[in-house]
Design a protein around this ligand. Structure first.
Ligand code: OOB
Length: 549
């Protein structure tokens, strides 16, 4: 396995192969095989663009040839930061075809995060759009290179802008690569790509996923979600996130021979119109987006939409409140499926034949019979059945370690390979999980994960700041927002000046604190550490007080 990654023990790997989970297919073989079977069917739709499986495969071969000509080699890492455009598929599979490894970033990331990803993976290239949502990614890429984080090549979907080292994808599409391409030989039990962890640490951790483990989760998810060539899936969330990628996501749809429709944004106006015109059968959203859709259809701007094609709405990424969950079927006329997953592996689904109570009150049960679940107390002892405790898991598609992170791995995983998810759950007799809370220093802002320590470190870099603690604040719409408690060094910096400072450091907008409170000291725990719990209680009490009439 790639250096810096933790393989599964040989015994477990043998078991997963024997059980038929790990089939030895790699991503390049996956696309070739589905192209053979579904050649003339539509693979992907974006606005006026419609590519069949054969067209997608041909584009992949042409881009793969161009990438090799440019000097991208098997084993190279390439950071991919693209919005929901068909090039996500084209670029990812072209990289697989030459045996290079995508490193998936989110469109919201800025030069801080992208620089870290490029440096941490020694990336050979970075793939970006030219301008997206009013932001010039080329200027960001130039900044990443100026700060010394590489990469040698910047590949642009759109206009390259002509800067040295920047190449438009359009200029890379050569004559199709003849088979076998280097990626055809990619070892199925080796790393295929990297995804970003939601994180609890100062710098985001990288998650190495193998062909074998990830494609198992894709196939099994497609089966659980009953995908078929008739499936029309709307990618409403950013496609480089694990949920719309593989739960069952666009990969599950390609596995089944269906069609992926790309939405430029998850707003109800955009997505409900696409559901109507493209006859979408399934889509996936985070809870705040589900709330917006429900309100838009319930007497709002989208009340007249024909949504009769929609069979399943998946909601996940953060806890979906029971009241909202109950509104899905009557309002949208489709089934709800709750999805509780993580980029590290484990994904839970409510099943399509679960009774309505189970669907609205639980976050589902694991994909695999070989997903091992432990619910433990603070001392790592099993809790009584049905009681809340820390969720730990191990299985055929859950990683055994983050990339190049031995120290962090020593605490994030147990000695026998269980991943400590940081989630607090209850395990019901039927195997379903209910997410009760979280024991990790992370804020879940409507499905977008923020590591408290990462933001704190950026705040601490400000010369007028003595100390900082970032905590979650309950929020009716997003579930949680962030509040930064700051002890100034002398005169406090202005709030807006501090926020500008954070943006200037290249932090994604969703990580910029929603609220800043200047205080003289922090409450301390028994051993003198800052008590985030007390800070959370303080801000919650303050909000209640100010909200009171
Ligand atoms: C998904 O993946 P990540 O890596 O962005 O975040 C994982 C974390 C979980 O550990 C949990 O804290 C939270 O997000 N989470 C949920 C949840 N789904 C995820 N908390 C409560 N209820 C849910 N339904 O978020 C992700 C990956 C694949 C599929 C779906 C979500």
């Amino acid at each position: 396995m790639l250096a810096g990654c933790t393989p599964w023990p040989a015994e477990a790997a043998a078991r997963y192969r024997a059980a038929g989970y790990w089939t030895g297919e790699n991503f390049d073989a996956f696309l070739r095989d589905r192209t053979r079977r579904f050649a003339t069917r539509t693979a992907v739709v974006e606005g006026e663009r419609r590519w069949t499986y054969a067209e997608l495969d041909e584009r992949v071969s042409r881009l793969a040839a161009g990438l090799l000509r440019l000097g991208i080699a098997p084993g190279d890492r390439v950071v991919v930061q693209l919005p929901n455009i068909p090039e996500v598929l084209e670029v990812a599979f072209a990289l697989f075809r030459i045996g290079a490894l995508p490193v998936y970033a989110l469109p919201a990331h800025r030069h801080g995060e992208i620089g870290h990803l490029c440096a941490a993976t020694a990336a050979a290239a970075l793939v970006i759009p030219d301008v997206h949502a009013g932001f010039d990614h080329r200027a960001m890429a130039a900044r990443v290179r100026a700060q010394g984080d590489g990469p040698a090549h910047v590949l642009v979907a759109g206009d390259s802008g002509g800067e040295e080292g920047f190449t438009a994808l359009a200029d890379l599409r050569d004559a199709p690569l003849t088979h076998p391409a280097p990626g055809a030989a990619a070892d199925p039990d080796d790393v295929a790509f990297f995804q970003l962890s939601g994180g609890t640490t100062g710098l985001p951790k990288l998650i190495p996923r193998t062909h074998d483990d990830y494609l198992y989760s894709v196939r099994a998810s497609a089966e659980i979600c009953r995908l078929s060539p008739e499936t029309v899936y709307l990618a409403a969330l950013p496609m480089t996130h694990n949920f719309p990628m593989s739960s069952p996501g666009f990969l599950g749809v390609l596995h089944a021979g269906g069609t992926v429709v790309l939405a430029p944004d998850p707003s109800p106006d955009t997505c409900l119109a696409l559901i109507e015109t493209e006859r979408v059968t399934m889509t996936a959203v985070v809870p705040p987006v589900a709330l917006l859709w429900l309100d838009a259809v319930d007497g709002g701007s989208q009340a007249g939409r024909d949504l009769t094609s929609l069979e399943v709405l998946q909601v996940g990424g953060a806890k979906f409140g029971e009241q909202a969950a109950r509104r899905v079927r009557p309002t949208l006329g489709c089934a709800l499926q709750q999805v509780f997953g993580m980029a590290e592996g484990l994904v839970n689904y409510t099943r399509l034949d679960d009774d309505e109570e189970t669907v609205v009150t639980t976050q589902g049960r694991p994909i695999s019979p070989d997903d091992e679940i432990r619910v433990l107390d603070d001392a790592d002892r099993p809790v009584a059945p049905g009681e809340p405790g820390h969720l730990l898991t191990r299985g055929p598609y859950t990683i055994r370690g983050y990339y190049n992170a031995p120290e962090h791995n020593a605490t994030a995983f147990t000695a026998d390979g269980f991943y400590r998810t940081g989630d607090v759950v209850r395990l019901l007799p039927g195997g379903h999980l209910v997410v009760e809370g979280r024991a990790k220093d992370q804020i879940n802002r409507g499905g977008e994960k923020i590591a408290a320590e990462e933001v704190e470190n950026h705040i601490l870099a400000h010369p007028d700041v003595h100390d900082a603690a970032v905590v979650a604040v309950p929020d009716a719409f997003l579930g949680e927002r962030t509040c930064a408690y700051v002890i100034p060094r002398g005169t406090p910096p202005g709030r807006s000046q501090l926020l500008r400072f954070l943006r200037e450091r290249g932090l994604a907008a969703y990580k910029i604190p929603d609220r800043v409170e200047f205080v003289e000291r922090f409450p301390a725990t028994g051993v003198g550490k800052t008590s985030r719990r007390e800070l959370r209680q303080a801000i919650t009490a303050e909000l209640r007080r100010t909200a009171a009439p």
